[in-house]
Design a protein around this ligand. Structure first.
Ligand code: SF4
Length: 460
């Protein structure tokens, strides 16, 4: 009997890459490979790279150096490199690391197994396409969790944020046909999935490039259509762009029982001057107005954001404006990043205006203090309430404790017997920390669908 080859995928970066990795795993398994438990017992190692993070290329070549030694000691081992960095650097990878067997890009994930087979016969191969050949969601997948799935609704981005490399590695915005998305979600529901997360770089512009005659689907139409699918208890999405976040999306969120009361609305900066330099297309007051409208329509809405500190040219006044917006917004949580240049972006050329790292670090501390205060206050307000949460698995710190996630995307820890991953549970909250809650198990629940909150959404 032939022993199947084993593969291992190492994923860097965002949910889009994690989603692509599930597809790569599904395709390799369709080709007869099985999952390995570690690099040490893998015949094929796939690095799904990301170029968003600082020093991504140094990290990649460091990791490749380690794999090179393994490959030299193991007959038949192969190395594949895909993802954004491969898309961006193309043939540079094989010229710097000639032992890499396959280089593929973000647009041809579907070809990965074929390229692997080709490389066995022909030696190293590289194939990067400039347009996508298939939606990742249309490919077979090996999902990490049975109860939860990502669904790509759009790829690429038509914006040009000065700090971001995504448009040049993921290409122009292309929306997936609504019928295909609905079909995929119906199939997922039949397969036992109860939570989906819709993925796109700018989900609110979904459908802009679709439409026949008078009809052009909007993101809100998609939310309503998916909400009608039996078995799907929770719909999440990431990420909306504040400039395209419109009242019809807010109305759909408020109306659709399965759409979670969580909004991740990336602010990036609270200074209008910096927002303009970033080409973000909104002002701080416009952003806050949209937030106000969303909270008016969904009073229990949790709001999270991304903020870049020390964007080139950010002054003390600019940063003070960011702090002021964070105070008003009262975020549930914030992903704060100190700016670091990404080669190939406009902001990376603003070298003369880079902010002193010590100044940026101090600003980060100040912002974190504001955010921790609002996050803790939001969590403390939930003490005594019974929360509905979806069980994700044992807690990372204590395997005897379960971790579950509420509709507001809050992590809740509790102890109970007879609970399984994917169960919906009710937990009475007893303790609040800024980043998690702890509670007492009340019981299992059949559906996460919250009561519909029909509050009229007025125009902005
Ligand atoms: S909207 Fe801006 S930050 Fe988001 S992917 Fe597009 S260019 Fe990048």
């Amino acid at each position: 009997m032939t022993v199947p080859r084993r593969y291992l995928i190492q994923t860097f970066g965002c949910q889009m890459n994690e989603h692509d990795s599930e597809r790569i795993a599904g395709l390799l398994e369709q080709d007869g490979l099985v999952a390995a438990t570690s690099v040490d017992d893998a015949d094929v190692v796939v690095l799904n790279t990301c170029c968003i993070r600082e020093n991504a290329d140094n990290r990649l070549y460091g990791q490749l150096g380690h794999l090179k030694s393994l490959k030299e000691s193991r007959d038949g081992m192969q190395i594949m490199v895909g993802g954004c960095l491969a898309q961006k650097d193309r043939d540079q990878i094989q010229s710097r690391a000639g032992y890499v067997d396959v280089v593929f890009g973000t647009h041809n994930v579907a070809s990965a197994p074929g390229l692997l087979r080709r490389s066995v016969l022909e030696g190293p191969v590289m194939e990067i396409l400039d347009e996508h050949e298939a939606y990742p969601s249309a490919l077979p997948a090996r999902r990490e969790a049975d109860h939860s799935a990502w669904v790509t609704i759009q790829i690429g981005c038509d914006n040009n944020c000065a700090f971001c490399i995504v448009p040049s590695v993921r290409g122009k915005e292309v929306s997936r046909r609504m019928g295909d998305i609905i079909h995929e979600v119906e199939e997922l529901a039949k397969d036992g999935v109860r939570e989906i997360t819709l993925l796109g770089q700018n989900v609110n512009s979904y459908g802009r490039d679709l439409g026949v005659g008078q009809y052009r689907p909007e993101f809100s139409d998609l939310l309503r259509a998916l909400d009608a699918i039996d078995g799907i208890d929770r719909i999440r999405y990431t990420s909306p762009h504040p400039k395209d976040f419109r009242p019809d999306t807010i109305a759909a969120m408020a109306e659709c029982a399965s759409v979670c009361e969580h909004l991740h609305l990336p602010l990036q900066s609270g200074s209008d001057r910096i927002l303009a330099r970033m080409h973000r297309g909104y002002t701080a007051s416009r952003y806050l107005e949209k937030l106000r409208l969303a909270r008016e329509s969904m009073p229990d809405l949790a709001v999270t954001t991304d903020i870049i500190i020390g964007f080139p040219g950010e002054t003390d006044e600019d940063f003070a404006a960011t702090l002021a917006v964070a105070e008003v917004a009262q975020y549930d949580s914030v992903y704060t990043f100190i700016y670091s240049p990404r080669p190939g972006t406009e902001a990376a050329t603003m070298i003369d205006e880079f902010v002193d790292p010590d100044v940026a670090a101090r600003r980060m501390e100040l912002l974190d203090e504001v955010v921790e205060r609002s996050a803790l206050a939001k969590h403390q307000a939930r003490v005594g309430r019974v929360e509905l949460a979806l069980v994700e698995g044992p807690s990372k710190k204590d395997p005897n404790v379960w971790s579950a996630r509420t509709g507001q995307n809050k992590l809740v820890h509790f102890s109970a017997d007879g609970v399984n991953i994917g169960d919906l549970v009710e937990v009475r909250i007893e303790y609040a920390a800024p980043h998690w809650l702890r509670g007492v198990f009340v019981g299992k629940h059949s559906s996460a669908r919250r009561a519909r909150t029909r509050i009229a959404v007025t125009a902005l």
